[in-house]
Design a protein around this ligand. Structure first.
Ligand code: 5AD
Length: 317
């Protein structure tokens, strides 16, 4: 497999691709993906365990200062019955996602072993920063992947935007790597005050860490950024294509945020080289409160996943 590297100038140029150049970039990304992994769309089923969060990120409505959302945490029985639905739908990966809190951290410790013992399936987590020992326990209990995005590589932008320590976040990312779980990481594109140079630095940091994810910024109600312009779809798709070219074997999701900023945005993500779609299994009454991206975010159903796979001419696995 060719090992492609880009210079800073090439990245700047490719990130701003449009028209024929952009189509060529996407074509190259699809070829890299198909040569490495085939034309297959991986599917995950997500359960959003809790929208309580101790962090206070400017872009996220689950931030602790937002009083406009009702907080919920699912109970163990509900989580297990949803995991059952995911497996019964033929989906091989149970994805447990949550705002960051001690409570959801403990909940994970009890549900991971149950799910693993019942189904022996892939268990992917995304629940924020934990200490190194906790990540190891999750791994031992049966989880095999954890997503913690670095969000932004620029430490001062990160600290201004999230109020948290950049060094600590990177240290958590490294602890996930050494726990033996697969690491998913990545950035947000199009944030207020983020420059193209910042994004190029994100790509270099991602190369160091092995990325998975990019989501376009979405101005979210109840946050300081609610009136900011939303992230640009072309910039996001160009970035996804670059990541695919640099990481032929990565699992790159086409996130629901793409569908929110653009009709058929998720099919466009697959055309730019992504190969994962996540179907939402959170109960309806909780789903509306899980205000990631936006209150009226796009919620992916199984039918939508099938339709998107078809549009992008990919086979579902
Ligand atoms: N726009 C884009 N991405 C967001 N995330 C959270 N809120 C937003 C938003 N408004 C992403 C963050 C986080 C992941 C779970 O969701 O990157 O790490």
């Amino acid at each position: 497999m060719e090992n492609i590297t880009f210079t800073r100038d090439e990245l700047k140029n490719q990130l701003q691709s449009s028209g024929v150049q952009q189509q060529e970039l996407f074509e190259r990304a699809r070829q890299v993906r198909n040569n490495a992994q085939g034309n297959k769309l991986n599917i995950r089923g997500v359960i959003e365990l809790s929208n309580s969060c101790v962090e206070n990120c400017m872009y996220c409505a689950m931030r602790r200062d937002n009083r406009l959302i009702d907080r919920y945490t699912l109970d163990e029985e509900t989580i297990l019955s949803i995991a059952d639905q995911i497996i019964n739908a033929g989906i091989p990966t149970v994805f447990l996602q949550s705002g960051e809190s001690a409570k959801s951290g403990y909940l994970l410790e009890s549900v991971i072993p149950e799910i693993y013992q019942r189904y022996n399936c892939d268990i992917l987590l995304c629940a924020g920063k934990k200490d190194a020992e906790t990540y190891k326990r999750y791994k031992k209990a049966g989880a095999n992947g954890y997503i913690l995005k670095f969000e932004m590589s620029n430490p001062s932008l990160f600290e201004k935007t999230t109020g948290a320590s950049h060094a600590e976040r990177l240290s958590c990312i490294r602890s996930i790597r050494s726990s033996g779980m697969k690491l998913g990481t990545g950035n947000i594109s199009g944030l207020p005050n983020q420059t193209l140079d910042d994004i190029i630095d994100d790509i270099f940091l991602a190369i160091e860490l092995s990325p998975e994810f990019v989501s376009p910024f979405i101005p979210n109600n109840g946050t300081p950024y609610e009136k900011a312009p939303k992230g640009n779809i072309d910039l996001t798709l160009n970035l996804m294509a670059i990541w695919r070219i640099v990481f032929p074997n990565a699992l790159i999701p086409t996130v629901s945020a793409l569908e929110y900023i653009h009709p058929d945005g998720q099919a466009a993500g697959l055309n730019a080289g992504a190969n994962v779609i996540t179907v939402n299994f959170t109960p309806k009454q909780n789903r509306d409160k899980y205000a990631i991206y936006a209150k009226d975010r796009f919620v992916v159903s199984l039918e939508h996943a099938f339709k998107t796979a078809k549009q992008a001419d990919m086979s579902l696995i």
